[in-house]
Design a binder for this molecule. Structure first.
Ligand code: CO
Ligand code: CO
Length: 332
């Protein structure tokens, strides 16, 4: 199916009441693990690179691999810059061919956040790129409150301000602060559903939750009912990978090789991603009209390919897809 914008991805999520995982990648193993999870779960996907990881993540080097993987996957994929804080990072992501960027002006005073977001939206839309914006403070590393605790109510997203913000910026998706935390939660997550409900009533864009790792399934379900259409995951992916690597080393000690560690890492990331695809109800939602999509049970389109497809027919379709790809179009 290949690349789509975040708008397209979230439109489908909205019409079928599920949330897309915004899975943050740090290297090739993670990309392979997430792609495999999406294929196994037949789940639409948002692949993210985070500006906060630029010290150890090479966005320009990873982008071609991300595009290649996205084109081959039988599910729609948005490629997204997470927490773009500077114009430079956003321009770089757009140059890399990302279909979506986040501008996070949540640290700025309201008027400045509106002004910066509006300008970035104007530019991004002129080149067909979607924009996620943020209003209010999410807890943990990137927000105003450190150490895993949810910010106090006065720092959370104000519903009336959210309505004004969306109207004035024309953003495509809004990340809201309702008590979620980046990284590890201190105690049980306490989400402000009343606030989320009010934001939903007053705005008409898909809502995004950051700090998705560790939110209990029943809370995720409620958030989806109240209009959340994308949920970001990073912490649990790295924790699951690290746990698997630690288990391996504890078990096999000196015999562990580097490729063993890569496999353990991939397994850990894939398990975390598959878990969240189920929790977000994005599993099984692949409806991409992709002629190479042999296993997508959800496809309702005329192009749906049955498992009884003959090898000759498959070869013919692959040849058409390759010719299309060489012409630069998306295989349909
Ligand atoms: Co975030
Ligand atoms: Co399909």
């Amino acid at each position: 199916m290949g690349l789509v914008t975040l708008v397209d991805l979230l439109k489908d999520a909205d019409s079928r009441k599920y949330a897309v995982g915004g899975f943050v990648l740090v290297n090739l193993e993670w990309l392979q693990a997430v792609a495999e999870a999406a294929q196994r779960k037949q789940s639409p996907l948002c692949l993210c690179i985070a500006q906060v990881h630029f010290d150890f993540v090479d966005m320009e080097a990873l982008a071609p691999a991300i595009h290649q993987a996205s084109k081959q996957l039988p599910v729609p994929v948005a490629v997204h810059l997470d927490h773009g804080k500077t114009l430079d990072a956003i321009m770089r992501a757009i140059k890399c061919g990302f279909t979506s960027v986040m501008f996070d002006g949540s640290d700025l005073p309201f008027e400045e956040n509106v002004e910066m977001t509006r300008r970035i939206v104007d530019f991004a839309h002129s080149v067909g790129v979607s924009v996620e914006a943020e209003l209010g403070a999410v807890g943990g590393g990137y927000g105003k409150v450190e150490g895993g605790e949810a910010p106090p109510p006065e720092l959370l997203t104000d519903p009336l301000q959210a309505a004004e913000f969306v109207r004035r910026t024309n953003c495509d998706a809004l990340a809201v602060a309702i008590g979620t935390v980046h990284g590890k939660y201190k105690g049980k997550p306490k989400l402000d559903f009343e606030r989320l409900k009010k934001i939903r009533e007053l705005t008409d864009v898909p809502l995004v939750l950051h700090g998705g790792s560790g939110i209990p399934p029943e809370d995720v379900k409620r958030a989806i009912e109240l209009g959340v259409r994308k949920i970001n995951i990073y912490y649990d992916m790295q924790k699951s990978a690290t746990d698997r690597i630690r288990e391996l080393i504890n078990r096999d000690g000196e015999n562990v090789t580097y490729p063993d560690i890569m496999s353990a890492c991939k397994q850990g990331v894939r398990e975390a991603v598959e878990y969240y695809m189920d929790v977000f109800a994005s599993s099984g939602k692949c409806s991409a009209p992709n002629i190479l999509c042999r296993n997508c049970q959800a496809c309702s389109h005329a192009e749906r390919v049955s498992l009884s497809l003959s090898d000759e027919e498959l070869a013919r379709r692959i040849a058409i897809a390759v010719a299309e790809a060489l012409k630069g179009g998306n295989p349909q």
